[in-house]
Design a protein around this ligand. Structure first.
Ligand code: KMT
Ligand code: NI
Length: 171
């Protein structure tokens, strides 16, 4: 895992967009974003058990796995959104970027590789993209039913109770 402020320079979302200014794991934690290195599935299982996550699936985001809809999917993952539940992702192979909004609403890019797990709190605005390798295989963990309805950023979602609760935890 490596995190840094996004450079906001025009260009493909899959480019690194590294401003050169690093963001620490402590800073991420202050936003409620938790990083875990899980070298084994046993380590993933332990976190899942601790947090009451009973279900999981795997997704492969690549042109080979998705065919013609790949580009469209990659664009849709990159629309800024939040969820009413935590989002937990564990990278099984390849690499991808999760961007999360910092306290002043600036983007922080989190570069995740194999064995990296990220836990995003409910209510944080974020987005995802593959990198220039166009390949990531990830495990999605969920508590009960798969429920990761993305609520796209907008006036209505800005006042969602989960958004409000989240903001209270960071200020
Ligand atoms: C998400 O939440 O955007 C995804 O599940 C994308 C694939 S998981 C790396
Ligand atoms: Ni999401």
């Amino acid at each position: 895992m490596k995190a840094y402020w996004y450079d906001n320079v025009e260009g493909d979302q899959r480019e690194p967009h590294d401003s050169g200014r690093a963001v620490s794991e402590e800073k991420l934690a202050s936003l409620g974003v938790l990083y875990q290195h899980c070298p084994t599935i046993a380590a993933v299982d332990a976190i899942a058990a601790e947090r009451g996550y009973r279900n999981r699936d795997e997704v492969c985001v690549s042109p080979a796995a998705m065919g013609a809809i790949y580009e469209e999917k990659v664009k849709s993952f990159f629309s800024e959104h939040l969820h009413e539940d935590e989002e937990i992702r564990y990278i099984l192979d390849g690499e991808g970027y999760f961007d999360v909004r910092g306290q002043e609403d600036e983007w922080i890019r989190i570069d995740l590789v194999k064995d990296d797990m990220i836990i995003l709190p409910a209510g944080i605005y974020h987005r995802f993209t593959t990198n220039e390798q166009n390949y990531v295989k990830a495990m999605r963990l969920f508590q009960d039913e798969p429920k990761w309805t993305p609520l796209n950023r907008g006036a209505e979602v800005d006042v969602n109770p989960h958004r409000k609760n989240y903001l209270e935890t960071v200020v």
